[in-house]
Structure formats: C-alpha cells, structure tokens
Design a protein around this ligand. Structure first.
Ligand SMILES: *Cc1c(COP(=O)(O)O)cnc(C)c1O
Length: 219
C-alpha cells in the first residue's frame, strides 16, 4: 500500500505525516488508523464533526482549512492543532473557546507564500505587526507552535522551492524574535501530495498529504 511507503519516507525525514482525509469516508480513515496512524487532517468543520464520533478517540485531528470564527466552538474541546490562524479576530475566538473548554489550543500561523491570490494567510510582511498585537493581548488559551503554508499550484519546482524557502525564513524570523527559548514553537507545516518531497528537502517537518494516500477526491 502506498500509505506505508509514504509514511516510511516521511518518518525517515523526521517529519510528521498528517493524512488529509477530506471528502473520504470514515472506513478509509479507519483502515489507515488500523495501520497505526493517528494524525488526520480535515479542512471543513462540518465534515470533521460528522466523522469524529464514528472514529476512535485517540485520533489527533488537525484543522487545516480556512476557519470561520463561529465554528471554533465545535473544535475547541478536542482539536489537536489548528493550522490556519490567519487573523486576530480568529485568535480572539480560539482563545475564548479554549478558555471555555479549559484547553490551551495549539495553532500555526498560516502564512501566504503563494503568488495566487486565492490562498489565505498572513502576508510575510505583516507578521511582525501581527505578533506584536497578539502578544499585547495575552491570550492564555492559545499556543503558537509554528507556521503553515501552501505553495502555488504549479509544475515549476523552482518556484515551489523558493516559496517554501520564504516560509522557512518567516519561521526563522518568528522563532528568533519571539520563541527563541521555546521548544514548542518548532512546527513547519508545508508540503502536500504534489510537492511534499520538495517540502522535506527545504526543511518541512510536517507534511499534509491527501490524494496520494486516499486517492482522488470527487467533489
Ligand atoms: C487538501 C489539502 C491538502 C492535501 O492535498 P493533497 O494534494 O490531496 O495532498 C493539504 N493541505 C490543505 C490545506 C488542504 O486543503
């Protein structure tokens, strides 16, 4: 099975594999779970909530898609990592719901590295201002654990590589400036089915792979 091969390749690179199960039924997730895998990613809250109850409790659920503030409350009690913090209003909401659930919620800063303007994320130029504002607000129920990004959808490997390296730069900047002595800030989530090899090559330590594991998606 492809999954075993990919998982091996990613663990050799010392990275974490998030198996992106969006649009696929719980049976397929269970199959991969039974092979010992625990990290799964979904990009829609509603779909995630429909699946959670039918699957084992020890799955680590990753929210990888754009997150509307009014949906945070559903995730707060159990989500393992939110990859898509891209605005202050969302941080405020995550903090509020984290407090209610009495959980510190782990999040990644989603950074816009692609040239396409369809991709969400914080502009690399705005990251410093964002961090200053976030720190001023002292959100005790949010833990920033790293960065996440998506490269442009292109065959141009050099472009993908340079976008990933830009994300690497942002990670380094934020790490040095705000999290130097904090080992928890260490996640670099980038790389998908088409570009995870380039991602591992440029320093990613968390890749989000969907179609290569579960097959094509029929929307
Ligand atoms: C769907 C998705 C992935 C996985 O995409 P594949 O090309 O199927 O590997 C990764 N990250 C995000 C944010 C996604 O929405």
């Amino acid at each position: 099975m492809t999954f075993v091969k990919i998982k091996e390749e990613i663990s050799v690179a010392d990275a974490t594999l998030v198996a992106v199960s969006k649009t696929h039924p719980v049976q397929k997730i269970q199959t991969v779970y039974d092979l010992g895998h625990r990290d799964f990613g979904e990009n829609k809250v509603q779909e995630l909530m429909e699946k959670v109850g039918d699957l084992p409790d020890d799955i680590r659920w990753h929210m990888i898609g754009h997150l509307q503030s009014n949906k945070v409350k559903y995730l707060a009690p159990f989500v393992h990592l939110i990859h898509s913090l891209d605005r202050l209003s969302l941080a405020k909401e995550i903090n509020k719901e984290g407090r209610k659930a009495d959980r510190v919620i782990s999040v990644l800063l989603q950074i816009k590295i692609a040239k396409e303007d369809t991709k969400f994320g914080l502009d690399p130029e705005s990251i410093e201002g964002f961090m200053e504002k976030l720190n001023n607000r002292k959100y005790d129920f949010i833990k920033i654990c790293g960065v996440m990004g998506m490269a442009t959808f292109t065959n141009d490997e050099e472009q993908i590589r340079s976008e990933f390296l830009k994300l690497e730069d942002v990670f380094r900047f934020v790490k040095d400036k705000y999290f130097q002595d904090d080992p928890v800030f260490n996640i670099k989530s980038y790389g998908m089915s088409a570009d995870y090899k380039i991602a591992l090559d440029t320093g990613s330590n968390m890749v989000r792979v969907g179609s290569l594991i579960f097959g094509d998606r029929n929307y």
